[in-house]
Write a protein that binds this ligand. Structure first.
Ligand SMILES: Nc1nc2c(c(=O)[nH]1)N[C@H]1C(S)=C(S)[C@@H](COP(=O)(O)O)O[C@H]1N2
Ligand SMILES: [Mo]
Length: 456
């Protein structure tokens, strides 16, 4: 462990021993306190996400860990309850794996209609190297009784306000899976405080809500844990529901496996590519229980044609992501829409349309970005939020209603400039709009039917 100024001070006073909370670099702050930090797309250039770029999601007050007092207890439906120090754990055979940690809510911001919660876009995910012990080895020592069906993780963190303690259980089968670890190292170093020092659960293939940090207690249960972090949070209907609908918690089940997903990490949105230049499109792809990833396809024409990207042949970790690339020589100047679509061993692939769910979990729509070859892309129109549709000025019915109904207008989402051109077009087609009428019509159309998230 690196000795830092703070570490040295605490060694001198002999009270605390915890690793320096490695500073984070260039993160998108979604919440300062409790800490929620998102990795921007430039944080995904490496196979292993550097610790200082790794996203953080914490619901709670980060605990003060006094290692001398720290114990991991194992109890519940076991024949030999245990209380172990970190040194005890380090004596056990170690295991290491590369695995993707992704928050269930990653991509929530893309759901329409939007829902409350952290508005993660693409960066509540990272590929880490995790080292620790196998949970199965510990459970074997403790002697799991036949009545056991689930394993509850509890951490040292304290809830904020009247929030319930962040405790969650996983099914016994997942706990006994040889890939399920209790990790004391991340990316070759002592697990940082932000990521759960001194010990966290690593449940590869499953969303972050099962990767409990600051572990102090493992309790073997005869049923799924009944706390609110199981019974009301992290639940998904498992099928499409009416967007915006309230779904009773009992009609949903806990979020477990991640879904097949990819990110395009290069080039960046609205890059201007010089004509004649080759572009190496790059990204990463991962999946959950239905892995491994078997293919990534790329389209440079908005999905009309697809071709296989090359998966990095050295990256075979079952739960790690795979870097891919795609060599592209644009056929000429123009505006290109690039899409990527990963496929996994079970034949699952990424959808174009996400089914809506009440908490906005497991977003995995094909990623998309646009580049301009040989010229600057036009400035995207700033989104205009609708305050009220307002009352249509008389010119609307008079000038437009003669030829068509409102419906054809209502489905449009156009910027002011586009509406301006549309009016010109209609005037060209015979609509009688002029002077003051014209400005009130333009005002109305761009306010009422401006660019904004679609509302179902
Ligand atoms: N004790 C505890 N563990 C926790 C959480 C928490 O708030 N408290 N958040 C969970 C959630 S929702 C996620 S996505 C991951 C995030 O892990 P990271 O902060 O190491 O990226 O931790 C999980 N483990
Ligand atoms: Mo999460």
């Amino acid at each position: 462990m690196e000795i830092t100024r703070r570490g040295l001070l605490t060694l001198m006073t002999g009270v605390l021993l915890q690793p320096d909370d490695q500073g984070k670099r260039g993160m998108v702050v979604r919440s300062i306190r409790p800490q929620a930090l998102e990795t921007p797309i430039d944080g995904f250039a490496d196979y292993i996400t550097p610790t200082d770029r790794f996203f953080v999601r914490t619901h709670v007050h980060v605990p003060q860990v006094v290692l001398a007092d720290w114990r991991l207890t194992v109890d519940g439906e076991v024949t030999r309850p245990l209380a172990l120090t970190l040194d005890d754990l380090r004596q056990l055979p170690s295991a290491e794996l590369v695995g993707v940690l992704e928050c269930a809510g990653n991509g929530r911001a893309f759901h329409e209609p939007s829902m409350p919660g952290l508005q993660w876009t693409t960066g509540a995910v990272g590929n880490g190297r995790w080292k620790g012990i196998r949970l199965a080895d510990l459970l074997k020592r403790a002697g799991v009784k036949p009545t056991a069906t689930a394993v509850l993780f509890g951490g040292a963190d304290e809830p904020i306000g009247t929030m319930a303690d962040f405790e969650r259980s996983i099914p016994l089968a997942k706990a006994l899976d040889p890939n399920t670890l209790l990790a004391y190292e991340m990316n070759g170093r002592t697990l940082p405080l932000a990521h759960g020092f001194p010990l966290r659960a690593v449940t590869p293939g499953w969303a972050g809500n099962s990767w409990i940090k600051w572990l102090t207690s493992i309790r073997v249960l005869d049923r799924e844990h009944e706390g609110p972090w199981m019974r009301s949070a992290y639940r998904h209907p498992g099928k499409p529901v009416w967007p915006g609908a309230a779904v009773p918690a009992e009609d949903m089940s806990p979020v477990t496996s991640l879904r097949v997903k990819s990110l395009i990490t290069f080039p960046l949105e609205h890059t201007i590519v010089p004509p004649g230049e080759r572009v190496r499109i790059r990204g990463v792809a991962w999946t959950g229980d239905t892995g491994p990833v078997t293919a990534v396809e790329v389209s440079v024409d908005g999905g009309r044609r697809w071709r296989a990207a090359a998966l990095n042949p050295r990256q075979q970790a079952r739960f790690g992501w795979r870097q891919w690339d795609f060599d592209w020589l644009p056929s000429g100047a123009g505006y290109y829409t690039i899409l990527a679509r990963a496929r996994d061993a079970a034949g699952h692939t990424q959808p174009f349309e996400q089914e809506w769910n009440p908490s906005g979990y497991l977003w995995n729509v094909v990623p998309r970005l646009r580049v301009a070859v040989g010229g600057a892309p036009p400035q995207p129109a700033p989104p205009q939020m609708r305050e009220t549709i307002g009352v249509a000025p008389p010119v609307f019915a008079r000038a437009c209603g003669g030829c068509h109904e409102d419906d054809v207008v209502r489905q449009q989402r156009l910027s002011r400039a586009q509406w301006d051109r549309e009016i010109n077009k209609m005037v060209g087609w015979g609509a009688n709009v002029s002077g003051e009428d014209r400005s009130s019509l333009l005002e109305f159309l761009s306010r009422a039917y401006g660019v904004r998230p679609r509302v179902p």
